[in-house]
Design a protein around this ligand. Structure first.
Ligand code: FAQ
Length: 311
């Protein structure tokens, strides 16, 4: 039997009410949100690294300015999301410690290298495209601060998606070498993008409970299907080939049939053994260590101001 407090909570969820920070919530609900929101925040922060790699090498001043702004947007999303997680009673220091120790995950996608300029196009088009597909429903999730943070984040992600698609369309219409570069980026980013939605539904440990709590609204496979249906026509419009021999339109279901990502690769990446995991985590740890003098300076300044107020 469910305890009466939990039953009342579930009834509020089922009625579509938002849950706010100071209200009672089951411990499992709080923990699930801390896990998901902090991992989402870490993804935004670690997600700056693959693209940051190309800021100094963007092909034009305009592209450089746009990329710089996009990467700054991701930092902003991370800060928003850390704030949303903090409303659940975890401190930012604890969240960073969980990232640095490997206890908290971040999206698998950011453990792949950015080898060419076309990768910046592919990330905007596919990675931000997948992020939007996942995040639009999160705007309606049951936890108020997370739902509200998603509104602005989704708007900015749509701009990012378009800038990526624009890079791809310029390359796809360019010289043979440019077109080959765009195709190569699609070949390398397609499967990792499909993995962003998480394991297949039968292997997703958290989905059932998260959906009952209205944290997740759609299953991993349902969102993956929507992403494929939206993206394949865009690839064809670009004149590029999606690297999946099993891809075929299924009239009956009104969507594409498609192959399965390499799930062994996915589990290796989320266990810390992807192509760039060590490099990414080291970059974050170094940033933390090298920022110590600044954090200490800020605290010293705050203490001085507080002392002055007391005097
Ligand atoms: N990577 O039971 P489920 C962005 C883990 S977008 C790593 O299905 P759940 C924007 C999962 O955590 C990317 N780990 O889990 C951007 C769990 O392990 P745990 C960030 C993954 O939570 C663009 C285990 O596998 N977006 O940053 C992944 O119900 C460009 C079992 O999985 C979000 O985080 C994965 N792909 O569903 C930035 C969205 N998939 O925690 C820069 C919010 C699964 O027990 C540049 N998050 N795992 O140790 C979500 O919607 C969900 O958490 C899912 C996973 C759908 C990711």
């Amino acid at each position: 039997e469910m305890d009466p407090q939990e039953r009342a909570f579930q009834e509020r969820i089922d009625a579509g009410e938002k849950i706010e920070p100071k209200e009672w919530m089951p411990e499992g609900y709080r923990k699930t949100l801390v896990r998901q929101i902090s991992q989402h925040a870490h993804s935004e922060i670690v997600g700056q690294l693959p693209e940051g790699n190309w800021i100094t090498r963007a092909p034009t001043l305009e592209r450089k300015a746009i990329l710089l702004a996009k990467v700054q947007d991701e930092a902003g999303h991370g800060l928003y999301l850390y704030c949303a997680a903090e409303t659940l009673g975890i401190s930012r220091d604890e969240m960073y410690a969980q990232l640095h120790s490997g206890k908290a995950k971040y999206s698998s996608i950011f453990n792949y290298p950015t080898l060419s300029w076309a990768d910046i196009g592919a990330i905007g088009w596919l990675v931000d495209g997948a992020a939007i597909m996942n995040q639009v429903p999160l705007q309606r999730c049951s936890y108020g601060p997370y739902a509200r943070a998603m509104v602005r984040i989704c708007k900015e992600e749509s701009f990012h998606q378009r800038q990526g698609f624009h890079i791809m369309s310029v390359l796809a219409k360019g010289s043979d070498a440019q077109k080959a570069m765009a195709q190569d980026a699609l070949d390398r980013w397609w499967w990792p993008s499909l993995m962003m939605f998480g394991p297949s539904d039968d292997a997703s440990v958290h989905s059932a409970q998260s959906m009952a709590w209205n944290i997740k609204q759609d299953s991993n496979d349902a969102l993956r299907q929507k992403f494929v249906d939206q993206t394949v026509p865009q690839a064809r419009f670009l004149g590029l080939t999606v690297p999946d021999p099993d891809l075929a339109w299924n009239e009956e279901k009104g969507g594409f049939d498609f192959g399965q990502p390499d799930w062994d690769e996915f589990y290796a990446v989320i266990a810390g053994n992807g192509p760039c995991n060590r490099e990414r985590l080291q970059a974050r740890k170094d940033a933390w260590d090298e920022g110590a003098w600044f954090r200490e300076g800020l605290s010293a300044h705050a203490r001085k101001k507080a002392d002055r107020r007391m005097a």
